[in-house]
Write a new protein. Structure first.
Length: 218
C-alpha cells in the first residue's frame, strides 16, 4: 500500500475552508482507496471509464465519484447511472450525450465545463466563445456546476499562475450570467495546487501526493 496518510491529514488541514479535495485514484488498487475512505475521504477521481465502473461496483456506495479524464461520448452510458461529477466537458456533443444518458437513468448529472487555458495543444477544453454558449444551460438533465482547467506543465510558475488567473476571471464572469450561479472552480493538481488555491480554486485534484506515482503496468 502506498497511501501517504500523513500527507492526507496535512492536505485536509491546508485546504480546510478553502477547497474540496478530490483524491485522484487512477491505476491505484481498491485497498488504497479504502485506506483513505477509512480516514473519511469520500470524493475520488478516476480517469478511465472501465476502471471507474469496476471500482464503483465493489467500493462503498457513499463514495462521490468524479470523472476527471477525457470522456468519450460512447462511454458516457457506463458511468451515467452513478457518477457524481464529470469534470471535463469540452464539447457540446459530449454535453448532449451526457444529457441523453442522464435522462435514460432518470437523473440529473452535474458537470464542469473544461476551459483550455494551457499553452500545450494536447490539453482539451473550450475557448471563451464556446464556454459562453454552453453556459446557457439548455439541457434539462445536466446541471453545469462550474469550470475546470489544467495549467501548462511548466517550470514557469508565473505562466501557471497567469493561466489560473484567466480561468478565475472567466469563472467570476460566468457567476454573473448563470442562474443559479455556478460555484465550483476545479483547478490545481499535485504539482500546482498551492498556486491554484491562491488564485481562487475551490476544488483540487490530488493524486501522486497521496498515492505515490501511478502504476501503468497493471
Amino acid at each position: 500500500m502506498s497511501v501517504n496518510k500523513q500527507k492526507y491529514t496535512e492536505l485536509l488541514q491546508e485546504l480546510e475552508g478553502k477547497a474540496t479535495l478530490i483524491a485522484v485514484s487512477k491505476t491505484k488498487p481498491v485497498e488504497d482507496l479504502l485506506a483513505l475512505y477509512d480516514l473519511g475521504q469520500r470524493d475520488f477521481g478516476e480517469n478511465y471509464v472501465q476502471e471507474l465502473v469496476d471500482k464503483e461496483a465493489v467500493l462503498p456506495k457513499d463514495i462521490r465519484w468524479h470523472f476527471i479524464g477525457h470522456l468519450q461520448s460512447n462511454k458516457v452510458k457506463y458511468i451515467a447511472p452513478f457518477v457524481y461529477l464529470i469534470h471535463g466537458v469540452e464539447s457540446e456533443s459530449l454535453l448532449k450525450e451526457i444529457d441523453k444518458q442522464a435522462a435514460k437513468n432518470n437523473r440529473t448529472i452535474d458537470c464542469l465545463l473544461q476551459v483550455h487555458i494551457a499553452t500545450e495543444e494536447t490539453k482539451f477544453g473550450l475557448d471563451e466563445n464556446e464556454l459562453a454558449h454552453l453556459l446557457i444551460g439548455k439541457y434539462p438533465n445536466v446541471q453545469i456546476k462550474g469550470l475546470m482547467g489544467m495549467a501548462s506543465f511548466s517550470a514557469d510558475l508565473q505562466l501557471v499562475r497567469n493561466e489560473f488567473k484567466l480561468l478565475k476571471k472567466l469563472f467570476d464572469t460566468a457567476t454573473q450570467t448563470t442562474h443559479p450561479p455556478i460555484q465550483m472552480l476545479s483547478m490545481g493538481m499535485s504539482g500546482d495546487y498551492t498556486i491554484a488555491i491562491e488564485e481562487g480554486s475551490n476544488m483540487v485534484r490530488i493524486g501522486s501526493l497521496l498515492f505515490g506515482v501511478r502504476n501503468f503496468n497493471k
